[in-house]
Design a protein around this ligand. Structure first.
Ligand code: COA
Length: 435
Protein backbone atom coordinates (compact mmCIF):
# COMPACT_ATOMS: atom_id res chain seq x y z
CA UNK A 1 0.00 0.00 0.00
CA UNK A 2 1.27 3.46 -0.87
CA UNK A 3 0.92 5.68 2.18
CA UNK A 4 3.39 8.36 1.06
CA UNK A 5 0.66 11.03 0.81
CA UNK A 6 0.19 10.76 4.60
CA UNK A 7 3.85 11.25 5.46
CA UNK A 8 4.84 14.60 6.91
CA UNK A 9 7.92 15.87 8.73
CA UNK A 10 8.08 16.38 12.48
CA UNK A 11 8.21 20.17 11.88
CA UNK A 12 5.01 19.96 9.83
CA UNK A 13 3.34 18.01 12.64
CA UNK A 14 4.40 20.59 15.21
CA UNK A 15 3.16 23.39 12.95
CA UNK A 16 -0.38 21.99 13.24
CA UNK A 17 -0.53 22.69 16.99
CA UNK A 18 -2.30 25.91 17.93
CA UNK A 19 -3.12 27.74 21.14
CA UNK A 20 -5.72 26.11 23.43
CA UNK A 21 -5.38 22.71 21.75
CA UNK A 22 -6.12 19.59 23.75
CA UNK A 23 -3.50 17.00 22.82
CA UNK A 24 -3.47 13.40 24.04
CA UNK A 25 -0.43 11.19 23.63
CA UNK A 26 0.03 7.47 24.23
CA UNK A 27 0.99 5.73 27.47
CA UNK A 28 4.58 4.80 28.33
CA UNK A 29 6.26 3.36 25.27
CA UNK A 30 3.32 4.45 23.07
CA UNK A 31 4.10 8.11 23.72
CA UNK A 32 4.95 10.15 20.62
CA UNK A 33 8.62 10.45 21.54
CA UNK A 34 9.91 12.76 18.80
CA UNK A 35 6.88 15.05 19.10
CA UNK A 36 7.20 15.37 22.89
CA UNK A 37 10.95 15.88 22.77
CA UNK A 38 10.49 18.81 20.35
CA UNK A 39 7.15 20.32 21.35
CA UNK A 40 8.85 23.08 23.36
CA UNK A 41 10.27 24.52 20.10
CA UNK A 42 6.86 26.04 19.30
CA UNK A 43 6.47 27.57 22.78
CA UNK A 44 6.83 31.13 21.44
CA UNK A 45 3.78 30.95 19.20
CA UNK A 46 1.28 28.97 21.37
CA UNK A 47 -0.45 29.55 24.68
CA UNK A 48 -2.42 27.20 26.90
CA UNK A 49 -1.86 23.95 25.03
CA UNK A 50 -2.83 20.96 27.17
CA UNK A 51 -1.05 17.64 26.84
CA UNK A 52 -2.68 14.66 28.54
CA UNK A 53 -0.33 11.75 29.10
CA UNK A 54 0.21 8.66 31.23
CA UNK A 55 3.55 7.51 32.66
CA UNK A 56 5.57 9.36 29.99
CA UNK A 57 8.92 7.88 29.11
CA UNK A 58 10.54 10.48 26.81
CA UNK A 59 12.37 13.53 28.17
CA UNK A 60 10.48 16.71 27.33
CA UNK A 61 11.11 20.37 28.06
CA UNK A 62 7.38 21.15 28.06
CA UNK A 63 7.52 20.31 31.79
CA UNK A 64 10.08 23.08 32.45
CA UNK A 65 9.03 26.21 34.35
CA UNK A 66 10.03 28.51 31.48
CA UNK A 67 7.19 27.10 29.34
CA UNK A 68 4.32 27.27 31.84
CA UNK A 69 2.37 29.82 29.77
CA UNK A 70 2.55 27.67 26.68
CA UNK A 71 1.89 24.17 28.03
CA UNK A 72 -0.26 22.47 30.67
CA UNK A 73 0.26 18.81 31.43
CA UNK A 74 -2.54 16.58 32.73
CA UNK A 75 -1.29 13.18 33.84
CA UNK A 76 -3.17 9.92 34.43
CA UNK A 77 0.00 8.45 35.99
CA UNK A 78 2.95 10.49 37.22
CA UNK A 79 6.46 9.54 36.15
CA UNK A 80 9.69 11.00 37.62
CA UNK A 81 9.63 14.07 35.28
CA UNK A 82 6.09 14.97 36.32
CA UNK A 83 6.84 14.48 40.02
CA UNK A 84 9.82 16.78 39.70
CA UNK A 85 8.00 19.50 37.77
CA UNK A 86 4.71 19.39 39.71
CA UNK A 87 5.58 22.53 41.67
CA UNK A 88 5.79 24.56 38.43
CA UNK A 89 2.02 24.84 38.69
CA UNK A 90 1.05 23.92 35.12
CA UNK A 91 0.85 20.22 35.86
CA UNK A 92 -1.94 18.24 37.45
CA UNK A 93 -2.90 14.65 38.13
CA UNK A 94 -6.19 13.16 36.86
CA UNK A 95 -7.57 10.78 39.51
CA UNK A 96 -8.78 7.62 37.79
CA UNK A 97 -9.29 3.90 37.82
CA UNK A 98 -7.57 2.95 34.62
CA UNK A 99 -10.48 1.21 32.91
CA UNK A 100 -12.45 4.44 33.14
CA UNK A 101 -9.54 6.75 32.20
CA UNK A 102 -10.56 7.21 28.56
CA UNK A 103 -14.32 7.25 28.93
CA UNK A 104 -14.49 9.62 31.90
CA UNK A 105 -11.97 11.98 30.32
CA UNK A 106 -13.98 12.02 27.10
CA UNK A 107 -17.09 12.94 29.10
CA UNK A 108 -15.13 15.99 30.20
CA UNK A 109 -13.03 17.04 27.21
CA UNK A 110 -12.44 15.87 23.65
CA UNK A 111 -8.92 15.90 22.18
CA UNK A 112 -8.21 18.05 19.10
CA UNK A 113 -5.10 16.04 18.44
CA UNK A 114 -4.05 12.48 19.21
CA UNK A 115 -0.36 11.89 18.67
CA UNK A 116 1.24 8.58 19.51
CA UNK A 117 3.67 5.84 18.57
CA UNK A 118 2.86 3.03 16.14
CA UNK A 119 4.45 0.25 14.14
CA UNK A 120 5.14 0.54 10.44
CA UNK A 121 2.11 -0.14 8.22
CA UNK A 122 1.63 -3.82 7.32
CA UNK A 123 0.88 -5.19 3.85
CA UNK A 124 -2.87 -4.96 4.54
CA UNK A 125 -2.73 -1.23 5.22
CA UNK A 126 -2.87 -1.26 9.04
CA UNK A 127 -0.52 0.02 11.69
CA UNK A 128 -0.44 -1.48 15.16
CA UNK A 129 -0.58 0.79 18.21
CA UNK A 130 2.20 -1.52 19.34
CA UNK A 131 2.92 -1.19 23.06
CA UNK A 132 -0.33 0.25 24.44
CA UNK A 133 -4.04 0.36 23.80
CA UNK A 134 -4.93 1.45 27.31
CA UNK A 135 -6.91 4.46 26.05
CA UNK A 136 -5.22 5.19 22.72
CA UNK A 137 -7.83 3.80 20.29
CA UNK A 138 -10.64 5.59 22.15
CA UNK A 139 -8.74 8.87 21.82
CA UNK A 140 -7.94 8.25 18.16
CA UNK A 141 -11.66 7.75 17.50
CA UNK A 142 -12.50 10.98 19.33
CA UNK A 143 -9.72 13.27 18.05
CA UNK A 144 -10.13 15.73 15.16
CA UNK A 145 -6.58 15.13 14.01
CA UNK A 146 -4.59 11.89 14.34
CA UNK A 147 -0.83 11.93 13.88
CA UNK A 148 1.14 8.71 14.42
CA UNK A 149 4.89 8.33 14.63
CA UNK A 150 5.50 5.18 12.62
CA UNK A 151 8.64 3.43 13.73
CA UNK A 152 10.32 0.22 12.50
CA UNK A 153 11.56 -0.37 16.07
CA UNK A 154 8.04 -0.61 17.50
CA UNK A 155 6.72 -4.18 17.58
CA UNK A 156 3.62 -5.02 15.56
CA UNK A 157 1.22 -6.41 18.14
CA UNK A 158 -2.12 -8.17 17.73
CA UNK A 159 -5.31 -7.82 19.74
CA UNK A 160 -7.56 -4.88 18.97
CA UNK A 161 -4.89 -2.25 18.48
CA UNK A 162 -4.71 -2.07 14.69
CA UNK A 163 -5.63 1.13 12.90
CA UNK A 164 -6.29 1.36 9.14
CA UNK A 165 -3.87 3.84 7.57
CA UNK A 166 -6.94 5.43 5.96
CA UNK A 167 -8.13 6.51 9.43
CA UNK A 168 -4.85 8.28 10.20
CA UNK A 169 -4.49 11.89 9.08
CA UNK A 170 -0.71 12.08 9.07
CA UNK A 171 2.31 9.92 9.81
CA UNK A 172 5.81 10.98 10.81
CA UNK A 173 8.53 8.43 10.18
CA UNK A 174 10.88 8.08 13.15
CA UNK A 175 13.42 5.47 14.19
CA UNK A 176 14.13 5.88 17.90
CA UNK A 177 14.20 2.79 20.12
CA UNK A 178 11.30 2.19 22.50
CA UNK A 179 12.14 2.95 26.16
CA UNK A 180 13.89 0.20 28.08
CA UNK A 181 12.79 -0.73 31.60
CA UNK A 182 15.22 -3.05 33.35
CA UNK A 183 14.47 -5.08 36.44
CA UNK A 184 16.22 -4.43 39.73
CA UNK A 185 18.18 -7.41 41.07
CA UNK A 186 16.10 -9.55 43.44
CA UNK A 187 16.67 -8.98 47.14
CA UNK A 188 16.39 -11.48 50.01
CA UNK A 189 13.03 -9.95 50.88
CA UNK A 190 11.82 -10.53 47.31
CA UNK A 191 12.71 -14.20 47.68
CA UNK A 192 10.67 -14.59 50.87
CA UNK A 193 7.71 -12.59 49.52
CA UNK A 194 7.91 -14.41 46.18
CA UNK A 195 7.64 -17.77 47.94
CA UNK A 196 4.61 -16.70 50.00
CA UNK A 197 2.91 -15.57 46.82
CA UNK A 198 3.87 -18.64 44.81
CA UNK A 199 2.12 -20.74 47.49
CA UNK A 200 -1.10 -18.83 46.74
CA UNK A 201 -0.92 -19.34 42.97
CA UNK A 202 -2.23 -22.76 41.92
CA UNK A 203 -1.39 -24.39 38.60
CA UNK A 204 -3.77 -23.08 35.95
CA UNK A 205 -4.20 -19.69 37.66
CA UNK A 206 -4.49 -16.51 35.62
CA UNK A 207 -2.20 -13.70 36.76
CA UNK A 208 -1.90 -9.93 36.72
CA UNK A 209 1.38 -8.39 37.84
CA UNK A 210 1.41 -4.70 38.69
CA UNK A 211 4.00 -2.01 38.27
CA UNK A 212 6.96 -1.83 40.69
CA UNK A 213 9.85 -3.90 41.97
CA UNK A 214 8.00 -6.56 43.97
CA UNK A 215 5.32 -7.68 41.47
CA UNK A 216 7.99 -8.03 38.84
CA UNK A 217 10.23 -10.09 41.14
CA UNK A 218 7.30 -12.39 41.90
CA UNK A 219 7.40 -13.71 38.33
CA UNK A 220 10.71 -15.39 39.20
CA UNK A 221 9.00 -17.56 41.82
CA UNK A 222 6.30 -18.86 39.50
CA UNK A 223 8.75 -20.87 37.43
CA UNK A 224 7.66 -24.18 38.97
CA UNK A 225 3.98 -23.64 38.05
CA UNK A 226 2.09 -25.12 35.14
CA UNK A 227 -0.36 -23.69 32.62
CA UNK A 228 -0.45 -20.18 34.02
CA UNK A 229 -2.59 -17.69 32.10
CA UNK A 230 -2.18 -13.93 31.76
CA UNK A 231 -4.90 -11.29 31.92
CA UNK A 232 -3.06 -8.17 33.00
CA UNK A 233 -2.80 -4.44 32.57
CA UNK A 234 0.96 -4.46 32.05
CA UNK A 235 3.00 -7.09 30.26
CA UNK A 236 6.34 -7.57 32.00
CA UNK A 237 9.76 -9.06 31.31
CA UNK A 238 8.98 -11.80 33.81
CA UNK A 239 5.86 -12.80 31.89
CA UNK A 240 7.93 -13.12 28.73
CA UNK A 241 10.40 -15.35 30.58
CA UNK A 242 7.63 -17.56 31.94
CA UNK A 243 6.07 -17.85 28.49
CA UNK A 244 9.38 -18.80 26.90
CA UNK A 245 9.86 -21.48 29.59
CA UNK A 246 6.42 -22.95 28.86
CA UNK A 247 5.01 -22.01 32.29
CA UNK A 248 2.51 -19.63 30.70
CA UNK A 249 0.26 -21.44 28.26
CA UNK A 250 -3.12 -19.84 28.94
CA UNK A 251 -4.73 -23.26 28.47
CA UNK A 252 -6.95 -22.96 31.53
CA UNK A 253 -8.39 -19.52 30.76
CA UNK A 254 -12.12 -19.09 30.31
CA UNK A 255 -11.75 -16.07 27.99
CA UNK A 256 -9.00 -15.46 25.43
CA UNK A 257 -7.72 -19.01 25.91
CA UNK A 258 -4.07 -19.33 24.99
CA UNK A 259 -3.58 -15.56 24.73
CA UNK A 260 -1.64 -13.27 27.04
CA UNK A 261 -4.03 -10.35 27.28
CA UNK A 262 -2.64 -6.96 28.25
CA UNK A 263 -3.25 -3.24 27.71
CA UNK A 264 0.39 -2.10 27.62
CA UNK A 265 3.97 -3.32 27.89
CA UNK A 266 7.14 -1.82 29.29
CA UNK A 267 10.38 -3.72 29.59
CA UNK A 268 13.50 -4.93 27.84
CA UNK A 269 14.19 -4.94 24.09
CA UNK A 270 13.74 -8.75 24.28
CA UNK A 271 10.18 -8.21 25.50
CA UNK A 272 9.39 -5.98 22.53
CA UNK A 273 10.94 -8.51 20.18
CA UNK A 274 8.91 -11.29 21.81
CA UNK A 275 5.71 -9.31 21.25
CA UNK A 276 6.42 -8.54 17.59
CA UNK A 277 3.91 -10.40 15.37
CA UNK A 278 3.31 -12.83 18.26
CA UNK A 279 -0.21 -14.29 18.04
CA UNK A 280 0.01 -15.39 21.71
CA UNK A 281 0.00 -11.74 22.87
CA UNK A 282 -3.08 -9.54 22.58
CA UNK A 283 -2.87 -5.82 23.33
CA UNK A 284 -6.48 -4.90 23.99
CA UNK A 285 -8.63 -1.92 24.91
CA UNK A 286 -7.88 -0.99 28.53
CA UNK A 287 -11.53 -0.04 29.11
CA UNK A 288 -12.40 -3.68 28.51
CA UNK A 289 -9.31 -5.49 29.85
CA UNK A 290 -9.33 -3.73 33.21
CA UNK A 291 -13.06 -3.76 33.73
CA UNK A 292 -13.63 -5.94 36.83
CA UNK A 293 -16.58 -7.58 34.98
CA UNK A 294 -14.12 -8.72 32.30
CA UNK A 295 -11.43 -9.74 34.79
CA UNK A 296 -13.85 -11.91 36.74
CA UNK A 297 -14.51 -14.12 33.72
CA UNK A 298 -11.27 -16.05 34.19
CA UNK A 299 -11.30 -18.44 37.16
CA UNK A 300 -8.44 -18.32 39.66
CA UNK A 301 -7.56 -14.76 38.66
CA UNK A 302 -4.77 -13.52 40.92
CA UNK A 303 -3.84 -9.85 41.02
CA UNK A 304 -0.46 -8.95 42.51
CA UNK A 305 0.25 -5.27 43.19
CA UNK A 306 2.19 -3.22 45.68
CA UNK A 307 1.73 -0.12 47.81
CA UNK A 308 3.73 2.66 49.41
CA UNK A 309 1.87 2.56 52.72
CA UNK A 310 -1.00 0.59 54.32
CA UNK A 311 -2.89 1.53 57.46
CA UNK A 312 -4.02 -0.90 60.14
CA UNK A 313 -7.54 -1.04 58.71
CA UNK A 314 -6.25 -2.06 55.24
CA UNK A 315 -6.37 1.21 53.29
CA UNK A 316 -3.59 1.22 50.70
CA UNK A 317 -1.91 4.49 49.72
CA UNK A 318 -0.15 3.26 46.59
CA UNK A 319 0.20 6.40 44.52
CA UNK A 320 1.07 9.27 46.84
CA UNK A 321 3.37 10.08 49.72
CA UNK A 322 1.05 12.29 51.73
CA UNK A 323 -0.28 14.92 49.34
CA UNK A 324 2.64 14.44 46.95
CA UNK A 325 1.51 12.53 43.88
CA UNK A 326 4.01 9.75 43.20
CA UNK A 327 2.41 7.64 40.46
CA UNK A 328 -1.27 6.82 39.93
CA UNK A 329 -3.98 4.35 40.87
CA UNK A 330 -3.56 2.71 37.48
CA UNK A 331 -5.38 -0.57 37.56
CA UNK A 332 -4.74 -1.38 41.20
CA UNK A 333 -8.37 -1.18 42.29
CA UNK A 334 -9.70 -2.54 38.95
CA UNK A 335 -7.55 -5.65 39.14
CA UNK A 336 -7.99 -6.23 42.88
CA UNK A 337 -11.77 -6.02 42.65
CA UNK A 338 -11.93 -8.09 39.45
CA UNK A 339 -9.73 -10.84 40.92
CA UNK A 340 -11.98 -11.15 43.97
CA UNK A 341 -15.04 -11.42 41.73
CA UNK A 342 -13.39 -14.31 39.86
CA UNK A 343 -14.13 -17.90 40.96
CA UNK A 344 -11.38 -18.80 43.48
CA UNK A 345 -9.66 -15.50 42.66
CA UNK A 346 -7.40 -13.60 45.04
CA UNK A 347 -6.00 -10.12 45.22
CA UNK A 348 -2.58 -9.68 46.76
CA UNK A 349 -0.85 -6.50 47.90
CA UNK A 350 2.83 -7.25 48.49
CA UNK A 351 5.16 -4.78 50.17
CA UNK A 352 8.33 -4.69 52.21
CA UNK A 353 7.51 -4.11 55.87
CA UNK A 354 9.80 -1.06 56.00
CA UNK A 355 11.26 1.71 53.84
CA UNK A 356 14.39 3.82 54.24
CA UNK A 357 13.37 7.47 54.30
CA UNK A 358 15.40 10.67 54.62
CA UNK A 359 14.60 12.45 57.87
CA UNK A 360 14.81 16.16 58.80
CA UNK A 361 18.43 15.49 59.90
CA UNK A 362 19.32 14.52 56.32
CA UNK A 363 19.99 10.92 57.41
CA UNK A 364 18.08 7.86 56.18
CA UNK A 365 15.84 6.19 58.79
CA UNK A 366 13.95 2.93 58.68
CA UNK A 367 10.18 3.45 58.93
CA UNK A 368 7.28 1.01 58.98
CA UNK A 369 5.17 0.91 55.80
CA UNK A 370 2.36 -0.52 57.94
CA UNK A 371 1.08 2.47 59.86
CA UNK A 372 -1.77 3.33 62.23
CA UNK A 373 -2.82 6.23 60.00
CA UNK A 374 -1.79 7.11 56.47
CA UNK A 375 0.29 10.24 55.96
CA UNK A 376 -1.81 13.39 55.94
CA UNK A 377 -3.20 13.94 52.45
CA UNK A 378 -2.43 10.41 51.20
CA UNK A 379 -4.64 9.19 48.35
CA UNK A 380 -6.24 5.80 49.01
CA UNK A 381 -5.72 3.76 45.85
CA UNK A 382 -7.25 0.54 47.17
CA UNK A 383 -9.99 0.99 49.71
CA UNK A 384 -10.16 -1.13 52.84
CA UNK A 385 -13.45 -2.47 51.50
CA UNK A 386 -11.60 -4.00 48.58
CA UNK A 387 -8.32 -5.15 50.13
CA UNK A 388 -7.86 -8.93 50.33
CA UNK A 389 -4.45 -10.44 51.16
CA UNK A 390 -1.41 -8.46 52.22
CA UNK A 391 2.09 -9.96 52.12
CA UNK A 392 5.37 -8.77 53.59
CA UNK A 393 8.61 -10.62 54.26
CA UNK A 394 7.02 -11.57 57.62
CA UNK A 395 4.03 -13.42 56.24
CA UNK A 396 0.52 -13.17 54.82
CA UNK A 397 -2.41 -11.26 56.36
CA UNK A 398 -5.79 -12.41 55.07
CA UNK A 399 -8.12 -9.44 55.49
CA UNK A 400 -11.09 -10.39 53.32
CA UNK A 401 -14.24 -10.31 55.42
CA UNK A 402 -12.42 -9.56 58.68
CA UNK A 403 -13.32 -6.90 61.20
CA UNK A 404 -11.02 -4.02 62.09
CA UNK A 405 -9.79 -5.68 65.27
CA UNK A 406 -8.73 -8.77 63.36
CA UNK A 407 -7.10 -6.62 60.67
CA UNK A 408 -5.05 -4.75 63.23
CA UNK A 409 -3.79 -8.02 64.72
CA UNK A 410 -3.05 -9.62 61.35
CA UNK A 411 -1.29 -6.59 59.91
CA UNK A 412 0.82 -6.10 63.05
CA UNK A 413 1.84 -9.77 62.79
CA UNK A 414 3.41 -9.09 59.36
CA UNK A 415 4.95 -5.72 60.34
CA UNK A 416 8.67 -5.52 61.12
CA UNK A 417 9.10 -6.89 64.69
CA UNK A 418 10.74 -3.70 65.93
CA UNK A 419 7.60 -1.65 65.13
CA UNK A 420 4.95 -4.08 66.40
CA UNK A 421 4.63 -2.84 70.02
CA UNK A 422 4.39 0.77 68.91
CA UNK A 423 1.76 -0.09 66.28
CA UNK A 424 -0.35 -1.86 68.92
CA UNK A 425 -0.09 1.11 71.25
CA UNK A 426 -0.91 3.57 68.45
CA UNK A 427 -3.91 1.52 67.30
CA UNK A 428 -5.46 2.02 70.76
CA UNK A 429 -4.26 5.60 71.14
CA UNK A 430 -5.88 6.81 67.90
CA UNK A 431 -9.04 4.79 68.57
CA UNK A 432 -8.83 2.19 65.79
CA UNK A 433 -9.41 -0.50 68.43
CA UNK A 434 -10.40 -0.43 72.09
CA UNK A 435 -8.09 -1.83 74.76
N1 COA B 1 7.15 6.44 53.16
C1 COA B 1 8.03 7.22 52.51
N2 COA B 1 8.67 6.85 51.38
C2 COA B 1 8.39 5.63 50.89
C3 COA B 1 7.46 4.77 51.48
C4 COA B 1 6.83 5.22 52.68
N3 COA B 1 5.93 4.46 53.30
N4 COA B 1 7.39 3.64 50.77
C5 COA B 1 8.23 3.78 49.74
N5 COA B 1 8.83 4.97 49.81
C6 COA B 1 9.82 5.51 48.88
C7 COA B 1 10.90 4.51 48.59
O1 COA B 1 11.94 4.58 49.53
C8 COA B 1 11.35 4.93 47.20
O2 COA B 1 12.18 6.07 47.31
P1 COA B 1 13.40 6.31 46.30
O3 COA B 1 12.74 6.49 44.96
O4 COA B 1 14.03 7.54 46.84
O5 COA B 1 14.23 5.07 46.39
C9 COA B 1 10.04 5.40 46.53
O6 COA B 1 9.17 5.72 47.62
C10 COA B 1 9.39 4.33 45.67
O7 COA B 1 9.20 3.15 46.42
P2 COA B 1 9.40 1.69 45.76
O8 COA B 1 8.92 0.72 46.75
O9 COA B 1 10.78 1.54 45.24
O10 COA B 1 8.44 1.83 44.52
P3 COA B 1 8.19 0.89 43.29
O11 COA B 1 8.94 1.38 42.12
O12 COA B 1 8.33 -0.56 43.63
O13 COA B 1 6.64 1.22 43.01
C11 COA B 1 4.42 1.83 43.73
C12 COA B 1 5.70 1.04 44.03
C13 COA B 1 3.42 1.49 44.84
C14 COA B 1 4.70 3.31 43.67
C15 COA B 1 3.87 1.37 42.36
O14 COA B 1 3.61 0.01 42.41
C16 COA B 1 2.57 2.08 41.99
O15 COA B 1 2.60 3.17 41.47
N6 COA B 1 1.41 1.42 42.27
C17 COA B 1 0.12 1.97 41.95
C18 COA B 1 -0.37 1.52 40.59
C19 COA B 1 -0.62 0.05 40.50
O16 COA B 1 -0.49 -0.72 41.42
N7 COA B 1 -1.02 -0.40 39.32
C20 COA B 1 -1.33 -1.79 39.13
C21 COA B 1 -1.55 -2.18 37.75
S1 COA B 1 -0.11 -1.97 36.68
Amino acid sequence: MDYSSKLISLEQALAMVKSNDQIVTGLGAAEAGAFMENLHTIADRVRNVTITNCNPTHPSKVYDSQYVDSFNVDGWFYAPQLRKSHTNGNMSFIPNNLHFAATKRLDYVKPNIYVGAASMPDKHGYVSLSLSNTYEMRMIEAADLVILEINPNMPYTFGDAQVPVNDIDYMVKVDYKPPVVTDAPFSEKDTVIGKYIADMVPDGACIQLGIGGIPNAVGEYLKTKNDIGVHTEMMTNSMMNLAKMGVITGKCKQINKGKMVTTFALGLPELYEFMDYNPAVAIMDGCWVNDPYTIRQNDNQISINTTLEIDLTGQCASESLGSRQFSGTGGQADTAIGAQMSKNGKSIIALYSTAMVKGADGEKHEISKIVPQLMTGAAVSLSRNDVDRVVTEYGVAELRGTNIKERVARLIAIAHPKFRDQLREDAVRVGIIGK
